[in-house]
Structures are given as structure tokens and as C-alpha cells.
Design a protein around this ligand. Sequence first.
Ligand SMILES: Nc1ncnc2c1ncn2[C@@H]1O[C@H](COP(=O)(O)OP(=O)(O)O)[C@@H](O)[C@H]1O
Ligand SMILES: [Mg+2]
Length: 246
Amino acid sequence: MSLLLEVRDLDKRFGGLHVTRSVSFQVVAGERLALIGPNGAGKTTLVNQVSGVLRPDAGEICLQGEDVTPRSQAQRVRAGLARTFQITTLAPHFAVQRQVELALFEREGLTGRAWRSIDAYPALQAEALALLERLGLRSQAGVATQDLAYGEQRLVEMALALALRPKVLLLDEPMAGVPKGDGARLLDALDSLPRDLGVLIIEHDMDLVFRFATRILVLADGAVLADGTPDEIRSDPKVRAAYLGN
Ligand SMILES: Nc1ncnc2c1ncn2[C@@H]1O[C@H](COP(=O)(O)OP(=O)(O)O)[C@@H](O)[C@H]1O
Ligand SMILES: [Mg+2]
């Protein structure tokens, strides 16, 4: 299995608060790694260091063998690391298909060209539609993203991240705020992600975690408490005591 993401001895303090304590883990191709742990365990802080939002105080983040620790968020995206971002900060009046086409244009370095030229790129149009199909959004291609249900907007965010053809996808609580009724569509979308993509997901919904993850990393007080298969994590006494309860 090819190693996509390697995090080594990451360390981060906020003043006197030690929030990431020598954290190491790996993501190989095709892996679905769930990051779990109680509130305040340092999950978001850890993922922010991986994506480049925050600089670690020590340690390295390697993407396909390249040390990207000094690299900006944009450089990491170009190196194959994508995270979902809030659709509401983009152009909410744009139709779903246009949003995805814009992301594809960006990827291809065509953004500076005249916008009329989208029709001149049938391959990109087809790719946009294929992405929407994959995520179950095909019938909403012409709908403005601001008119979509919240759960559907999360799917568009996923489409935009996938449009960049990442090797590793970071998902920070994709189910947060999504009504129960829309959960199944999101699960279907997660199941339809490209097989060889590496996925790092933070999620509180343990049903989703244990259904989706191939490996689970448990964080507690900023340090790795356990790292193993869902079965190993489920039966780990340390994890049960610290987090999962009985
Ligand atoms: N920018 C910040 N400045 C100071 N403390 C922070 C900052 N961000 C997070 N923290 C603290 O770091 C700890 C870990 O937070 P966080 O990474 O958000 O945990 P989680 O995502 O697991 O709930 C918490 O104690 C939080 O209060
Ligand atoms: Mg968090």
C-alpha cells in the first residue's frame, strides 16, 4: 500500500496549553482513518496543522514522501491534500454545476481565462457532471447552492474538494448539523469516494465512524491514546474508559 500522508512527532502549544503531544500517524492509499476523541482532545488543532492552517511547534508532515511542513495551505492542496471548505463563503448564488466547474477551472489553471469559455471545455463539463452524479447531486446541478438543504451543501463542499483530484481528503465533521433524514445521502457519498483516496475524517457520530473507518485514531489530551482497526478500538479498555463508555 502506498504511503500518502505521514505525520511524525507533531507538537503544538497554545501558551501554557499543550494541545498536540508528539502525535504520529500515517494514511495509506485507500485508507479511511477516523480521528476521534472527547471535546477538547485536540482533533481540530491536529487537522489544522496537517492542512496548514496552523504551524506545529515541532514535528513533520509528509505528503507522498515530501516534507510539506513549511508549505502553505495552497501549496499542500497542489501537492494533493484537500479539505472541505464552507460553501457559504463562496458564490452562493451560483448553480451547483458552475461551482464545480469553477473548481475544475482552478485546478487546470484556466481561471484567468474568459468565463464564456466553459463551453469550450466539454471534458470539464462532463467531469463536473460525473462528480455530481457520484455524490448524488446530479438532479440539483442547476440549483443555486444557497437554495440547497444544509446536508446537500456539505455534499457540494465534498464535490469541490474532489474536483482538485486530491490524494488525501480531510473531512472535519461532515455530519455536523446535518438533519438525520439527510444522513443517508451523506453516507452514500462517503461510500462513493474514489477507492484509492486516503481519507482523514473527524466525526462525532460513532455509527458513521465504525461503519466508514478502516482505522481509528483516538486522541485524548492531545496525545494518541490508541490507533487500530475498528474492532481493536471497540474492545480497547483504555478507549472504553476514556471515551466510548460502555
Ligand atoms: N487558537 C487557540 N488558542 C488557544 N487555545 C486553543 C486554540 N484552539 C484550540 N485551543 C484549545 O486547544 C484544545 C484542543 O482544542 P481542539 O483542537 O478544538 O479540540 P477538539 O477539536 O478535539 O474538540 C482545547 O483545550 C482548546 O480550548
Ligand atoms: Mg473540533
